[in-house]
Structures are given as structure tokens and as C-alpha cells.
Design a protein around this ligand. Structure first.
Ligand SMILES: Nc1ncnc2c1ncn2[C@@H]1O[C@H](COP(=O)(O)OP(=O)(O)OP(=O)(O)O)[C@@H](O)[C@H]1O
Ligand SMILES: [Mg+2]
Length: 316
């Protein structure tokens, strides 16, 4: 099990990670989701001992990254963001080079390379130069180098970013296959990516954990809300804001007031149905309702609410 405990990271005076806590269970594929600048790469770089934490620690079983970085790195495969590879090396030679760096026994290297070629589907390109490969194949090479020493943990930083839809599907399949035997932490800023591959997700935003749970748990927690969208005429913004006085469970998500009319988005738990009262409120204020439509909150809305609407990207 991986335990991230009170992890904080400063770059100078800028706090990129602020006391984050979460766990990755053995054998699970955990999605690490967050917008640009949220702190995903920083967390992964601390996990792989590339960076030191400012405060807190990461434990892998009985080891921790501050005192036992060697033991942890030995049991961990890492596919960094943007997958840096030696472009002028032949795929086979590159894998051999990584195997030697990983200190794999000389008489085992051949078998290990054979195995990763098989698992990552590299047979066709094994004698090609890495630089001439398609992005999808480069990513397979990146995954092959990450698993050459057969680690039980895989850290994949945005593994499908920049790939075309076919390549994305192939790499997702490959990750799922690898995830059957390994513990996988996979980061992305795209919800669909995490939904497609992960068993559970942790959402990070501005260096803080915003949510943690299985897809079903997050849906159940946040999806109990109804979204009501209205288009109105003759309504002024101040008065629109008072609509939540009908019931304090009604939250105003968005008010877009323009000359042509006002658009209003309301959210309330699906245990209440205040539509009649809202209609009466509108009539009493002499507003004209052009449209009123209801939908359930989607996981996409949840993600947006937990990230974008809290102040947006952390990129500085
Ligand atoms: N070496 C650095 N020096 C200063 N600030 C940094 C450094 N590396 C990252 N940051 C800042 O720390 C924050 C977190 O960055 P990080 O790369 O961990 O985010 P991320 O979630 O991986 O984002 P992305 O989706 O863009 O890859 C950002 O605001 C980033 O600008
Ligand atoms: Mg990143």
C-alpha cells in the first residue's frame, strides 16, 4: 500500500502541495485527476524520489521516500510526463540499457526484454530508432522501460496525452492489462481518461485534495443534485439572487444577466422539488419565463465545481 501523508511541497515561497493525504491500495488502478498546475507531477516526482518533500512523507509498505528511497525506486516503474526517451537509440538497445541501469542480472536481461516486448506489443518496431516511431509506439516504449524490472508499482504521468483516439484506446488497454498485476497511479487532467482506466480517483486542485472515492461513490455523493436552468425576461440581477430565499437548499450556480434576458442556473438536492414556488416567485416579480429545464448533475459538473470554479488553474 502507498500512503501519502501530510505531503507539502514549496517551490521557493510558492506552495504547490498543501498537506495532501491519500492512499493507493495494492492492486488498484488509482486515477489522480486535476487541472493544469494542480500538483500531480510534483506528487509523482516526490513518490519517485526525484524531488524531496518540504513536509510530510510517502510510505510504500514499511519504506518511506525520505529514508528508503533506494528500496522504493527498486520496486517502482515511472513513466514521466512527456515521456523523455533517447530518440537516436534503437528500441532494443534502449531497453537493454535501461535493464542494465536497473541492475538486472546479465543472464536475465534477454528474457525480461522479451517479456516487455510481448506485453507492450513492440515486436514490429524493436529494431527501429525511437525517434522515428509514432507517438503511440513511443508511449509503449516508455511503458516497457517502466516495467523492465517488473516493479509492483507503476506511476504514469498523463500517459495518453498527445495521442490520437486509436492510440489512446490502445494505451488504455495496455494500462488496464498492466493494472491486473500491478498497483497503478495514473494522472490526467481529463475526467474521461480516469473514468476509462481507474477503479477509484483522487481529485487534486491547487495543491489540495478535493475529493477521493470510487466513481460510484463520487456519483452518489454529488449526483443527488438537480440542476435547473432558466431563461427569463424582465428580471434584474439583485432580485434574481433572492430566489434562494424560497428554500435555503437552493444554490445559485450561475447568473448570466444581459440585455436580451437572464440565464439562471440553480442546484438543489433531489429530495425537494421547488419548481412550483420558483414559478410563483417569477410571476410575482413579473418575470417572463422563456424556458425552464431540469437535469441531473453529472460527474463532469462535479469535477468542474471542485476544480475550475474554485479559482481555476494554478498555473503561474
Ligand atoms: N520547478 C518548479 N519551480 C517553481 N514552480 C513549479 C515548479 N514545478 C512546478 N511548479 C508549479 O507548481 C504547481 C504544480 O505543478 P505540477 O507540475 O505539479 O502540476 P500538474 O498537476 O502536474 O499540472 P499539469 O497538468 O500542467 O502537468 C504549478 O503551479 C507549477 O507552476
Ligand atoms: Mg503534470
Amino acid at each position: 500500500m502507498i500512503r501519502i501523508e501530510n505531503l507539502t511541497k514549496y517551490y521557493g515561497s510558492f506552495r504547490a502541495l498543501d498537506q495532501i493525504n491519500f492512499q493507493v491500495q495494492d492492486g488498484e488502478i488509482l486515477g489522480f485527476l486535476g487541472p493544469n498546475g494542480a500538483g500531480k507531477t510534483t506528487t509523482m516526482q516526490i513518490m519517485t524520489s526525484y524531488l524531496a518533500p518540504s513536509e510530510g512523507n510517502i510510505f510504500v509498505d514499511d519504506y518511506n521516500v525520505i529514508e528508503d528511497s533506494f528500496e522504493i525506486r527498486n520496486n517502482l516503474g515511472y513513466l514521466p510526463e512527456h515521456n523523455p526517451l533517447y530518440e537516436d537509440m534503437i528500441v532494443y538497445d534502449f531497453l537493454k540499457f535501461v535493464a542494465k541501469m536497473r541492475k538486472i542480472d546479465d543472464n536475465l536481461i534477454k528474457d525480461r526484454i522479451k517479456e516487455v516486448i510481448e506485453v507492450c506489443g513492440l515486436k514490429r518496431v524493436i529494431h527501429r530508432e525511437i525517434g522515428v516511431l509514432s507517438k503511440g509506439y513511443k508511449q509503449r516504449v516508455g511503458l516497457a522501460q517502466a516495467i523492465i524490472h517488473d516493479p509492483s508499482i507503476l506511476i504514469l504521468d498523463e500517459p495518453t496525452s498527445g495521442l490520437d483516439p486509436n492510440q489512446i484506446a490502445e494505451i488504455r488497454e495496455l494500462i488496464k492489462t498492466l493494472g491486473k498485476k500491478k498497483t497503478v497511479l495514473i494522472s490526467s487532467h481529463i475526467l474521461q481518461e480516469i473514468q476509462a482506466t481507474a477503479d477509484r480517483m483522487v481529485i487534486i486542485n491547487e495543491g489540495k485534495i478535493a475529493a477521493d472515492g470510487t466513481l460510484d461513490e463520487l456519483m452518489a455523493k454529488f449526483r443527488g443534485d438537480t440542476l435547473l436552468e432558466m431563461e427569463l425576461k424582465n428580471a434584474d440581477e439583485k432580485k434574481l439572487e433572492s430566489i434562494s430565499e424560497i428554500d435555503n437548499k437552493i444554490k445559485i450556480v450561475e447568473i448570466d444577466d444581459s440585455k436580451e434576458g437572464a440565464k439562471l442556473k440553480l442546484e438543489y438536492p433531489n429530495t425537494i422539488d421547488p419548481r412550483e414556488e420558483i414559478f410563483e416567485f417569477a410571476v410575482n416579480n413579473e418575470w417572463k419565463i422563456l424556458e425552464m429545464s431540469r437535469s441531473r448533475t453529472s460527474l463532469e459538473d462535479v469535477f468542474r465545481k471542485l476544480t475550475v470554479e474554485q479559482g481555476g488553474s494554478n498555473e503561474n
